[in-house]
Design a binder for this molecule. Structure first.
Ligand code: IMP
Ligand code: MG
Length: 181
């Protein structure tokens, strides 16, 4: 098994990602002057993006992590999500940005937003690297977005296929034949 097995073409190169992350970091830096900023990353896919984005934000901030498990699409618990690791810090009266790898149906994020909103942060926004809006079910307001992508399964830069391929520096389409099997 090789890391590059089962890949389709590169969809977004590491250089393109870097350029966009720099822009997003500058935008967030500008918008959050004198605030109490907390970046919340959703494990595990959002971690690579978080690591790069936080270093492009030039104001004080803290980071925190949440891990959730969702039931599969075939399950009758469609859209039901469970928190398996919660935040370490209180977010009450603080400025929170959720940092996500990709928003697909939006069901995961809808649950997280509802859950975090109940903790009464001062502000709550979403920053996602990728927006796959073709399959959106939940209406989510996305304040910061890296790229819009088509309805393709993608891997690399934190995104996995069966827990593998997160360590690829570019974002690739997955070989289509793999998804049919
Ligand atoms: P949603 O609840 O359908 O928006 O699911 C979002 C989550 O599904 C993301 O945070 C990813 O973990 C995963 N996901 C959705 N699309 C892809 C993809 O193309 N590649 C890898 N993971 C994906
Ligand atoms: Mg994710």
């Amino acid at each position: 098994m090789n890391l590059k097995d089962d890949l389709g073409p590169i969809l977004i190169s590491s250089q393109q990602i870097h350029q966009r992350v720099v822009q997003l970091g500058a935008e967030i830096t500008h918008n959050y002057q004198d605030s109490d900023l907390v970046l919340v990353s959703i494990l595990k896919g959002g971690t690579v993006f978080l690591a790069d984005l936080m270093r492009e934000i030039k104001i004080p901030l803290t980071i925190d992590f949440m891990c959730i498990s969702s039931y599969g699409l075939s399950s009758d618990k469609y859209g039901v999500v469970r928190i398996t690791k919660d935040l370490d810090q209180s977010i009450e009266s603080r400025d929170v940005i959720i940092v996500e790898d990709i928003i697909d149906t939006g069901l995961t994020l809808r649950y997280i937003l509802k859950n975090l909103r109940a903790r009464e942060p001062k502000s709550l926004e979403v920053c996602t690297l990728l927006d796959k809006s073709a399959r959106r079910i939940a209406d989510i307001k996305i304040k910061y977005k890296g790229f819009d992508i088509k309805d393709k399964y993608v891997v690399g830069y934190g995104l996995d296929y069966r827990q593998q391929k997160r360590n690829l520096p570019h974002i690739y389409e997955l070989d289509e034949s793999l998804l049919k099997s």
